[in-house]
Design a protein around this ligand. Structure first.
Ligand SMILES: [Zn+2]
Length: 381
């Protein structure tokens, strides 16, 4: 039996976790009933009239798009508004719409991995690494007899999670001592007397999002009136996820040849692929960023790559970047740069549900540029 829409969404959100989307983004289910079954899915870059029609003509119950349909807040989806009309059309044809945008960009693998792969690059890391999830280290001391119970409580609250490991902790036994003063009501020992006791030192990491829960659990479970503990923030480290990718070609080649390689790797567009820089410059290390990568020009320079492949580059930033000695630029159509992701997302769903759902990749070019021309008159070169 074919999966429910909710199950397909769960598989997509595992590959492209929604919490990794940028704060301004609008990702997830736009319309559709999570309880209904999905037998056919179409994956596309742009949720526009031609891909909505393509989905309906193919008999798909779900259109998965990279770009959001409703990025900015709306108060309604009237059918006489272009976007509202698409929502109406989808619902009338029992088709859902789901978007994975910047969460698909930063995922591993994500949009730029698909682009790098098509070009033939071996990815070595992200262009701009997202920070690892913030973590703290908790250190506390507890009578040996209570150590196991406290550890269990701390783990239950979320402490001791590192990557794919759970219940990670470090312990050692040592000599604790304290002298309760007049107002103290010690669980162990006597007011005014120095008490010495064997204690277990427990050290474990705490995902910062669980900080309060873990400290609450510590205080609730530890037998002492006054719980001694230290909580330290771990320095922020870059993760292997993030926007864009850096990769390497199997062998260096001149920019003109590399530009042709990029053009051959992507679906054709009227604009084609253009490059900026010395046509004979040797290209081996390459940065890529699917979609508009204008804001990462300096990052590409810092990455020390030979070329940067992205979309939507503009005259002034591009010429200033080259004048400053930055990597050669290869400018492709925005739609074309993200189109390889469609096959990646299709594989995510195919792997999760095997033959119980048919997954198609859109074959319609939604690049808005439909005419291209080159001047046939003379002029400066
Ligand atoms: Zn895009």
């Amino acid at each position: 039996m074919s999966p429910k829409l909710a199950d397909v969404i769960a598989a997509l959100e595992q590959a492209y976790p929604p919490h990794t989307a940028e704060s301004w983004d609008a990702v997830g289910l736009v319309c559709g009933d999570p309880d209904e079954r999905v037998g056919k899915i179409l994956i596309c870059v742009d949720p526009v009239e031609s891909t909505v029609d393509e989905a309906i003509e193919a008999g798909a119950q779900l259109l998965v798009a990279h770009h959001p349909l409703l990025l900015r807040g709306v108060n309604g989806v009237p059918a006489n508004d272009p976007k509202g009309a698409l929502v109406h059309k989808l619902i009338r044809n029992n088709a859902a719409l789901f978007c994975a945008h910047t969460n698909a960009d930063s995922a591993l693998p994500g949009v730029s991995d698909a682009l790098a792969d098509k070009i033939g690059l071996t990815v070595t890391g992200p262009l701009t690494a997202a920070p690892e999830e913030p973590r703290d280290v908790l250190t506390t001391f507890v009578p040996v007899a209570d150590a196991e119970r406290l550890l269990q409580a701390l783990h239950a609250a979320g402490a001791g999670e590192i990557g794919d490991y759970r219940e990670v902790a470090w312990t050692a036994t040592g000599d604790g001592r304290f002298r309760p003063t007049a107002n103290a009501r010690p669980a162990i020992g006597t007011v005014g007397e120095l008490t010495e006791i064997q204690e277990t030192r427990i050290e474990l990491t705490v995902p910062r999002r669980h900080r309060k829960r873990v400290i609450d659990a510590l205080r609730a479970t530890h037998p002492y009136e006054e719980v001694a503990f230290g909580l330290h923030e771990i320095a922020e480290l870059p993760s292997d996820q993030g926007i864009g990718r850096v990769g390497e070609l199997p062998a260096g080649e001149p920019l003109w040849m590399f530009t042709q390689r990029v053009a051959d790797a992507l679906p054709p567009t009227k604009w084609g692929v253009r490059a900026a820089g010395d046509p004979n410059r040797l290209i081996k290390r390459v940065a890529v960023c699917g979609g508009a990568g204008d804001s990462y020009l300096k990052t590409a320079t810092r990455a020390g790559v030979d070329a940067y492949v992205t979309a939507d580059l503009r005259h002034h930033p591009a010429s200033e970047h080259l004048a400053a000695g930055g990597p050669a630029l290869v400018d492709v159509a925005h739609w074309a740069s993200e189109w390889p992701w469609c096959e990646q997302a299709a594989e995510v769903v195919r792997r999760a549900f095997g033959g119980t759902v048919e997954v198609l990749v859109s074959t319609r070019r939604t690049d808005p540029w439909t005419v291209g021309a080159t001047s046939r008159t003379g002029g400066p070169e």
